[in-house]
Design a protein around this ligand. Structure first.
Ligand code: OOG
Ligand code: NI
Length: 465
């Protein structure tokens, strides 16, 4: 395996380790969940067709350094059981240049977890490989049954989801400021073990059933030796086409695409998924040391289309319009009113500007700015106003890709029957403090990161000679 290394004391760059890891994860998931392989092929097919039909988009992606990213892109998701698991996971991801961004409180949508997304944060790292992992922590405090809570806590306290080799290499990376090539390869192999599927449960069937009755997710987190990756999501350039074509490939998608409607200029994130598989699992057979067969449903497939990152103003508009459309037509869990919902969504979102220039002028989205060819041969004089340079064709602007998640969409993926009054509280709630204490660090604010990427690009334009 060859990695791109940087010269500093022979250390492998965090970006290179992340790429090794996301590639290994993708390979593992392809063999574990064959439908994922089918989905990846479908997405590649659709992306190639979109780029062939749209040379302008192709050129724009190329110019923004984004073309190579598209087929590489993945996100995954895991669910953890304890504070200790979460803080160690933070240290594990840091070795790959991934940091906790954002806080998502899913309890408001009836899912007993709160979450963050580990991802690269600066523009350069993102353009190399934006691999991200949506990471949830189970909230046992939301289990009403005190006895069941104690049992679950006991099971979780007795497991160790990281291999000793993985823990040793995390420490080595922390003390030595990185890993050499050989250690990087070992680290990836050891870390991968944590994300692997275990067909043998960690609990007897009876306890599994009681956990499952409390909430399906509680059973998923507590019953296994580790936090198996539950989906891996490729990025498509046309989610409507993928949604349409999934049945042709023998995959049944959920009824509605989550997030904003189809638009010329995509905003934020649109997602669809196929239902979790029912998989055979062996459960411990009481004290006898034997095994009993059963099933568990956890792992599924998901596809997403990413659009521009919105400013707080753009996000507020998005949240209002989404709420309005859900008030008009609440998507039914069985998909019976999917057409109606999508129509309402399109109609309600009509006031959201649908050209990059309008989105930019209205301060709704983040952009990167760069010199055009004309701008490079004839740089704007120092102090020239950015708008003037754009007007003269010396500077161009490109949308910054949204790298995060949407709580309503995530909840819709977790369970597709949100009530009318389900809230989308994206800001701090009292639980964020608890989450950060368990994480052992504050989560980063996504808006700050996008603003920084925009600022850096403007500074580079102004400084160019
Ligand atoms: C995470 C669901 C959230 C997304 O893309 O919004 C998510 C989970 O099911 O563990 O991955
Ligand atoms: Ni996902």
């Amino acid at each position: 395996m060859s990695v791109q290394t940087i010269t500093r004391a022979g250390a492998t760059s965090a970006d290179a380790i992340r790429t090794l890891f996301s590639t290994a994860m993708s390979e593992m998931y392809r063999t574990e969940v064959p439908a994922y392989q089918t989905l990846v092929e479908l997405v590649e097919e659709v992306n190639a067709a979109v780029l062939a039909a749209d040379p302008v988009e192709r050129h724009r992606l190329e110019a923004a350094g984004g073309l190579a990213r598209i087929t590489e892109e993945r996100h995954g998701a895991i669910r953890l059981g304890t504070a200790n698991e979460l803080s160690t996971m933070r240290r594990l991801f840091a070795v790959m240049g991934m940091y906790p961004v954002g806080y998502y409180d899913l309890s408001e949508a009836g899912v007993p977890v709160h979450s963050t997304a580990f991802r690269p944060v600066d523009g350069e790292a993102l353009s190399r490989n934006p691999f991200r992992v949506f990471t949830s922590l189970l909230r046992l405090d939301l289990i009403a049954d005190a006895d069941l809570r104690r049992e679950a806590e006991q099971v979780l306290a007795g497991r160790n989801i990281f291999t000793p080799g993985c823990l040793a290499l995390i420490e080595k990376a922390e003390t030595e400021g990185g890993l050499d090539e050989e250690d990087a390869d070992r680290f990836v192999a050891e870390a991968l073990e944590t994300f692997r599927w275990h067909s043998r449960a960690n609990v007897p069937l009876d306890l599994y059933n009681r956990l499952h009755d409390a909430h399906r997710l509680i059973a998923d987190v507590v019953s296994f030796k580790g936090p198996h990756i539950n989906h891996l999501t490729p990025r498509t350039l046309d989610i409507d086409a993928v949604q349409r074509m999934m049945p042709e490939k023998g995959i049944a998608p959920k009824a509605v695409v989550e997030g904003p409607p189809t638009r010329r200029c995509p905003i934020l994130l649109r997602q669809t998924s196929f239902k979790a598989l029912s998989e055979p699992v062996d459960f411990r057979d009481g004290d006898g040391g034997g095994w009993r067969s059963g099933v568990h449903t956890a792992r599924f497939g998901e596809i997403e289309q990413r659009g521009i990152a919105l400013t707080p103003k753009g996000r507020a508009l998005y949240d209002t319009l989404l709420q309005d459309s859900r008030r008009l037509v609440a998507p039914a869990a069985d998909g019976s009113n999917a057409g109606q919902y999508m129509a309402a969504l399109r109609e309600v979102f009509a006031p959201f500007p649908d050209s990059w220039d309008e989105i930019r002028r209205d301060g709704l989205g983040y952009f990167t700015y760069s010199l055009t060819e004309a701008g490079r041969s004839n740089p704007p004089a120092p102090g020239t106003d950015l708008e003037t340079s754009i007007g003269r064709g010396l500077v161009r602007f490109d949308p910054v890709v949204y790298e995060d998640f949407l709580p309503v969409s995530a909840a819709g993926i977790f369970q597709s029957n949100l009530g009318d009054d389900a809230q989308q509280d994206f800001t701090a709630s009292p639980n964020q403090q608890r989450f950060e204490a368990d994480l052992g660090a504050p989560v980063l604010n996504p808006f700050d990161l996008y603003a920084e990427i925009e600022r850096t690009s403007i500074a580079a334009c102004v400084a160019a000679k």
